[in-house]
Design a binder for this molecule. Structure first.
Ligand SMILES: Cc1cc2nc3c(=O)[nH]c(=O)nc-3n(C[C@H](O)[C@H](O)[C@H](O)COP(=O)(O)OP(=O)(O)OC[C@H]3O[C@@H](n4cnc5c(N)ncnc54)[C@H](O)[C@@H]3O)c2cc1C
Length: 495
């Protein structure tokens, strides 16, 4: 075979760059094909908040990832610990035990070392106090394994990984949309790529697909996720159209995981149709546990206090999608307003304020006012105010007698000013994907690995179903990207 590169990586987000760096470290000559122009490179990874869920054993581990922590921060922080068993339990229960157990173990067991490896490539980490901790007295307590985040968020992550790639001599082409895989006697032997609609074939011994799911593809969303999903806003990149999935299925790959499932969450009603890199994750509206949500009928439609937001936000987007008009209002009073994240204070936010509930309800665009007032009155009188309110620990301060309970953090909405934020459903990523082995080889419909074809990131199926623990997307892309890079290099170099 007349090969131009050992390894071609299709995609330009975190999974792709981790794969490229790993393949290069294992001796391969690597080409990265990113569909986006350079200014919008990095896929959803660039839009992300940069939170990473990994196994850790407390302060010493966290310090090793975030050496810039000051002694004052250390004295005031309780990072807890997050064991592999806890991580596996969370992945198991949140995916209704459908997660592929071999991929889950690999993913969890390699999480800490992979973050260390990313750090070695210039990615910087710090504890994410605003989103992931709560204050108890003068201490900050982190209730889950979701402690660290990338300093500067997703854009810094991608800048660091692209810089590392350039330093190591990896070739990067932008505006390079991969269209097809080339088959030959030894398996997958290259790709057909279009730049400005001009097609070209490029040969390599190994190809890694890391080009995202189909969340940006309106037509596929309606087809696989169901009616109404064509109307969702896209939280991140416009470039993840399912190309990698289509190419691989055309080459005989096996569809795997939940093709009807997606990660979607409460997202500002007036956010643009696709993500805006200048705003990043800040259109997210994850603070519903401190208030209530009303739909167009003026009714509550889910348990806002079922769990901490990192365990519910990714599945609640689907429920918002199912409401009339696909929108809801999140309502808070002055007691909990100080708890809202900075994302509620961006100037683009869709918000109304009022001094009385009547006045507030009149300002809720598209909502049945009479029913909304009745819901608020009924909710306020159902709150168990005998149980103390403790933000972010599951405090058991619930409601009684409501058809849809609020299980924790129930507070009467009774103290002005009252504030409401309009949200719709923002899709983050799709869950359906390709079947891979623990060596990130793509498997065909007869359970055989397709020689020369590897996959990592969002387009891997069998990891997320129904729901998703916050911080697991970047982690999955990094772990399987690193594995795919190593295996693709070994295959290409005949090792
Ligand atoms: C607003 C937002 C906030 C998030 N916050 C977090 C967080 O805090 N923590 C977390 O873990 N996860 C978070 N996520 C999820 C996380 O971003 C994704 O799980 C992860 O980035 C997926 O990585 P990936 O490399 O598989 O895909 P992406 O980063 O989306 O990369 C896919 C790449 O493929 C390219 N591409 C597509 N088609 C082609 C083609 N035909 N040819 C060539 N290239 C192609 C795209 O341009 C893109 O560069 C967030 C996502 C969003 C949108």
């Amino acid at each position: 075979m007349n090969k131009e590169y050992d390894v071609i990586v299709v995609g330009g987000g975190n999974a792709a760059l981790c794969a490229a760096l790993s393949a290069r470290e294992h001796g391969a000559n690597v080409l990265v094909l990113e569909r986006a122009p350079q200014a919008s490179r990095g896929g959803n990874s660039a839009f992300s908040g940069g939170g990473l869920r990994m196994v850790h054993h407390g302060l010493e581990d966290i310090k090793s990832f975030a050496p810039e922590l000051t002694s004052e921060q250390i004295a005031r922080s309780d990072f807890g610990a997050y064991t592999a068993a806890q991580y596996l339990d969370d992945l198991g229960s949140m995916t209704e035990y459908r997660i592929d157990p071999d991929l889950a173990e690999l993913f969890v067991n390699q999480s800490t070392d992979t973050v260390r490896w990313m750090r070695g490539h210039g990615v910087r980490f710090a504890p994410q106090y605003e989103w992931n901790s709560y204050q108890q007295g003068d201490r900050f307590v982190f209730p889950t394994g979701f402690v660290i985040a990338i300093v500067g968020g997703g854009r810094s992550l991608m800048d660091a990984e692209y810089e590392a790639a350039e330093r190591l001599g990896i070739t990067i082409r932008y505006r390079a949309r991969t269209l097809r895989l080339l088959h030959g006697a030894s398996g997958i032997e290259g790709v057909c790529v279009a730049t400005n609609r001009v097609e070209k074939e490029i040969r390599a011994r190994s190809i890694i697909l890391a080009c995202g799911g189909f969340e940006s593809n309106r037509e596929w969303r309606a087809r696989y996720l169901g009616p109404g999903w064509d109307l969702a806003k896209v939280r991140g990149t416009r470039y993840n159209m399912g190309d990698g999935l289509r190419m691989a299925l055309d080459a005989g790959a096996q569809p795997h995981g939940q093709w009807s499932g997606a990660h979607a969450c409460a997202w500002d009603m007036n956010a643009p149709d696709y993500g805006d890199l200048a705003i990043g994750s800040a259109y997210s509206k994850h603070n519903y546990p401190w208030g209530i949500m009303l739909n167009a009928d003026g009714r509550r439609f889910l348990d806002e206090g079922a769990d901490i937001f990192t365990n519910t936000y990714a599945k609640y987007g689907r429920i918002i999608m199912e409401q009339p008009g696909q929108f809801a209002w999140q309502i808070f009073d002055s007691k909990t307003l100080p708890l809202l994240h900075g994302a509620y204070r961006i100037k683009q936010v869709t918000k109304v304020t009022a001094e009385t509930l009547d006045e507030l309800v009149a300002k809720l665009d598209g909502v049945n006012r009479t029913r909304a007032m009745a819901t608020l009155t009924e909710f306020n009188s159902a709150v168990r105010s005998d149980i103390p309110f403790k933000p972010k620990t599951r405090d058991g301060r619930s409601t009684t007698g409501l058809a849809i309970p609020k299980s924790n953090w129930a507070n009467a909405i009774d103290t002005p000013p009252f504030v409401a934020y309009a949200v719709t459903s923002g899709i983050t990523m799709t869950f359906g994907g390709l079947k891979i082995t623990t060596r990130a080889e793509v498997v065909d419909t007869e359970e055989q690995s397709i020689p020369g074809l590897y996959a990592a990131g969002e387009l891997v199926g069998g990891i997320f179903y129904f729901n998703y623990p916050g911080g697991a997307g970047l982690m999955s892309g990094a772990v399987f990207g690193q594995i795919a890079g190593e295996q693709a290099a070994r295959h290409a170099l005949g090792k």
